[in-house]
Structures are given as C-alpha cells and as structure tokens.
Write a protein that binds this ligand. Structure first.
Ligand code: NAP
Length: 485
C-alpha cells in the first residue's frame, strides 16, 4: 500500500485494475510541499460507461446474496481498514494535508461506517398493513435501488467514501465511485482493501478523473439509478437538475455556514476548546465547521482573549510532521479565497486579533494560512455569507436569544449549528429554532456513524448515516394480495 505514494496507480473496474482508455493521467500533489506524489488515470466517459456496465451486471447477483453474506464483506472491510489505518492515514495526509493524527482518526471513523452498516445490512425490514377487507393482505417491502454512482470531495477522502459506499453495498446496490481529482489515492487504498476482501467483480468500481468530464455520463447513462454526491452546492444543483430527465434518485450533501453560538451562561473554557476543534480541525476545511461565531456581549472580550491564547499555540506545518495542529489548505485557489475573505472583512471594519496572512516555511512550498481571529464582524462582510473553508474565526456579538436566532438563520445554508449554554430551556429553544439539519449542544463533534447527517435549505437533499442512511439506497414496494375463496 505504501507504493501508492511512489508508483502510478490504476483505477478499478469490473474486478480489475485498469488504465483510462485514452491513456491519459492526472498528477496528484502534496499540498504541504507542492510536490507531485503520484498519478492516476484521467478517466473519460467510456471508462465510466464500462464501470457502470460492470456494476449493472453485478446488481442482481449482489442483491441476491443473503444479508448475512453482504454483512460479512462489510465487516471484513472494517477489520482491514482498522488494521491498515496508519498506512492509509499517511497516504491521506500526503494528498490532503491534514495532520497525521486527524487523518488516522478519519480512517478509523470511515471504518466505523463499514462496521455499522455490516450490522444494518441485516435489518432491512418491511411492514404488513391491516387491510380494509378480510380477503386482502397488504405489505410494504424494501428493495435495493440498483447501480449507485458516488461522487466525493477532497476534504474527507476516506470518510465521505465510507458514508456512501457502506450503506449502498449493505442495501444490495453495486457502486461506481468518482473521488475528488485532488485526493484519489486514499480511494485507491480503500479499493485495494475491497479487492483483498474479495467483493465479486463489478460490485465496487472506481473511476478516477475530472468531475466535469465524467458528470454527463453519470447523468445520462440509464443504468445509473441513483447519484449520491458530497461537495459544493453549485455542483449539487447541476446534478439535481441533470437527474431530472431520467428521474434518477439523488442525495446531495452540500456546503454549510455553521453558526457557533456561545451564551454568557456557558462554560467559557469548554466553549473555547470546542471552538478550536470546530474551527481549526482540517484547517477549517470541513462542511460542518463553524463559519460564524456568535458571542453574547458580556463575554465577548474574555472569549476573544482566551481563544487568541489557544490559537497562538496552534502549530502549523506539514501534516506528516510530529505535533502539527494545522496543515496546509488544499491548493492556491483555496488560499487566495481565504485571504480575500479576511481582507474584505478588515476593509469593512473588522479587527484582526491574530493571524491574517499567508504563511511560508523555508522548507515547504505549500498553501498555508495562519490561524486567524477577526472581531467586530458584521453581516456586510463576505465571510458572513460564503463558505470560507479556512482557519479563520470571525467573532460576532449579540445580546438576546431572538437576535442571535435571526442572525444565525440568515443564510441559504442549513447544515450544522452549535449552541453553548448551561441553561436547559435555552438549549431546547435555540436548537429547535435553528434552521439547520444538525445541532451540537455543547458538542463540537456531533457526527457519528450511528446517527443522522442532514442538511436543510441549500445544504442538501436526502441524508446519510445511521439507520436512515440505508433508506437512500432502497425503494419501497407495496404489495396487495387478494386471497382465493
Ligand atoms: P466540488 O467542487 O463540488 O467537488 C466535489 C466532487 O464533485 C469532486 O469529486 C468533483 O470532481 C466532482 N465534480 C465537480 N464537478 C462535477 C460535475 N460537473 N459533475 C460531476 N461531478 C463533479 O466540491 P469540493 O471543492 O471537492 O468540496 C468542498 C465542498 O464540499 C464544500 O462546499 C463543502 O462544504 C462540501 N462538503 C459537504 C459535506 C456534507 O456532507 N454536506 C461534506 C464535505 C464537504 P473534481 O475533483 O474532479 O472536480
């Protein structure tokens, strides 16, 4: 597996490692060093079509396996992911940049989805319904939807794959994965595990390449019954519109702009620690990371001081180095966007508490941005509306519950929100009043394999995780039976 970081890699289609038909390939860079660390095939529409054909042929036999058989494949995948967590984490850090410990945490979390869905595979229950006449029997059963295309982003190269593929396979659907162009190597490591586990040919296929090239094949190929996507809202809208022609089923996990609300009755030290986790893990490149940090007036000064104290201790550097807390941003474009948000805020009156510039170490040619805190942020600034996707904490003051709910809900996004308070009534009122799919109450890390992941408004369509995640790969069927005599 370690050779993934030195050799050219192939993609996986119909149980074989293959090159793109065109012979073209894409280079993969390390965002911390700017070095090329590998290459993968640049798949085109015919490559995607071949993988979809293979998945289509594999559908009936895979769906026909017993739930226990499918469960066993998933459980073996879980075991191997745990066994190889260190190796895969090194690959993930090299192509994505996050610190090694975070990368290992991500791989183990991805493994959890395989374990959870290995169990859930056995619980695809139907229902019987009391009939209006003694001569009838009514029932609803659930059946796998068919070939699933999964399209994933670069910020969680292992986790986003697992959250889609594990429930799809558990439900009896074969999959074709298109990982992000910037982080295909982690996907290759996971598919090496699928090969070792011995999934039948065509059940799990990997097509590497450029999204805008492959997208039309996924949308127009009639054999694709479902597209599950995690990524930007703009691409999500394109896929939703494009799926309409064939009425393909679609799940979309999209961008976010999470409010992080701290009331003056909260445990301030715990809220500061939570803010560091929510804002600076993965260098702020998570869809659920806090993007607007609302602090109640009486504690604004104290919170800002304590946060600055902690932020200044964060160590920047190559994620593969010991003790690094904040790695690089994914690329130069991301770096420029973050700086633009900071400059725009400062130009409109925000005060820089710490950070506020790009960062260069002598030995590293990567895209680093200093962990940053801004005060006196208001609604007129870009940072209050667009995803920053970087290590910038904008502090906004508020005085009342009503005011902060109105400000927090003033967004087209509705993915995650966070509330910090020790008042139980307030915790309920604010959680229920927030227009978002997920709320962490005194909890900066609400996501678990066992529960729901869902975005409201322009943050998504459908959902993932827990028992709910299986629904997305199953169709319900109603059977009405008229008995003889
Ligand atoms: P992106 O640009 O939308 O890309 C996501 C995936 O879609 C990549 O594999 C990309 O391929 C592919 N793609 C791009 N254009 C396509 C097209 N026309 N047809 C089909 N596929 C296409 O997003 P990103 O920059 O990688 O990821 C960051 C975004 O993801 C942020 O907005 C973040 O909030 C969101 N996100 C959401 C969640 C969630 O669960 N809600 C989780 C993580 C991230 P290429 O790489 O080849 O462009």
């Amino acid at each position: 597996m370690s050779s993934i970081l030195t050799d050219h890699q192939k993609m996986y289609s119909n149980g074989r490692w293959v090159e793109a038909i065109s012979g073209q390939y894409i280079e993969v860079m390390n965002p911390a060093t700017g070095e090329v660390i590998g290459s993968v095939p640049a798949g085109d529409r015919p490559d995607a079509a071949a993988a979809i054909d293979a998945a289509d042929k594999a559908f009936k036999p895979w769906a026909g396996k017993t739930p226990q058989e499918r469960s066993d494949y998933l459980y073996k995948t879980y075991e191997k992911l745990v066994e190889r967590a260190d190796e895969i984490a090194a690959i993930l850090t090299a192509e994505q940049g996050k610190p090694l410990q975070e990368a290992k945490g991500e791989v183990l979390f991805a493994a959890e989805y395989f374990r959870w869905y290995s169990e859930e595979a056995k619980r695809v229950y139907g229902e019987t319904i009391p009939a209006p006449t003694p001569a009838k029997r009514l029932m609803v059963i659930r059946q796998p939807i068919g070939v699933v295309v999964a399209i994933t982003p670069w910020n969680f190269p292992a986790l986003m794959i697992a959250r889609k593929i594990a429930p799809a396979l558990a439900a009896g659907c074969p999959i074709v994965l298109k990982p992000a162009e910037l982080t295909p190597l982690t996907a290759i490591a996971i598919f090496q595990i699928f090969e070792e586990v011995g999934f039948p040919a065509g059940v799990a296929n990997l097509v590497t390449g450029v999204g805008s090239v492959l997208g039309p094949e996924f949308l127009e190929n009639i054999k694709v019954k479902k597209i599950t996507f995690t990524g930007s809202t703009a691409v999500g809208k394109y896929l939703l519109k494009g799926s309409a022609d064939q009425m393909k089923k679609v799940s979309l996990e999209l961008g976010g702009h999470a409010p992080f609300i701290v009331f003056d009755d909260a445990d301030i030290d715990a809220a500061v620690e939570a803010c560091i986790i929510s804002k600076f893990r993965n260098a702020g490149q998570t869809c659920i990371c806090s993007n607007r940090i609302f602090i109640q007036d009486p504690i604004l000064g104290l919170f800002s001081e304590k946060l600055a104290e902690q932020v200044k201790k964060l160590k920047m550097g190559n994620g593969s180095a010991e003790g690094v807390d904040v790695g690089p941003l994914i690329d130069e474009r991301a770096l420029n966007k973050v700086h633009e948000h900071v400059q725009d805020a400062v130009a409109k009156g925000a005060k820089l508490v710490t950070g506020g510039s790009k960062w260069k170490a002598d030995s590293l040619d990567g895209s680093f941005y200093l962990p940053t805190i801004l005060r006196d942020v208001d609604d007129s600034m870009l940072i209050c509306h667009e995803e920053t996707f970087g290590p910038v904490a904008p502090l906004i003051s508020f005085s009342t519950e009503e005011e902060v709910l109105e400000k927090a809900n003033n967004s087209n996004y509705g993915l995650a929100s966070y509330v910090f308070t020790n008042d139980l009534g307030r915790a309920f009122r604010v959680s229920e009043g927030l227009e978002s799919g997920m709320v962490g109450v005194n909890d900066p890390l609400p996501t678990v394999a066992q529960s729901l992941f869902i975005g409201w408004k322009e943050s998504g369509v459908g959902y993932e995780g827990g028992k709910y995640g299986m629904d997305q790969y199953l169709e319900m069927k109603y059977i009405s039976m008229l008995l003889n005599g």
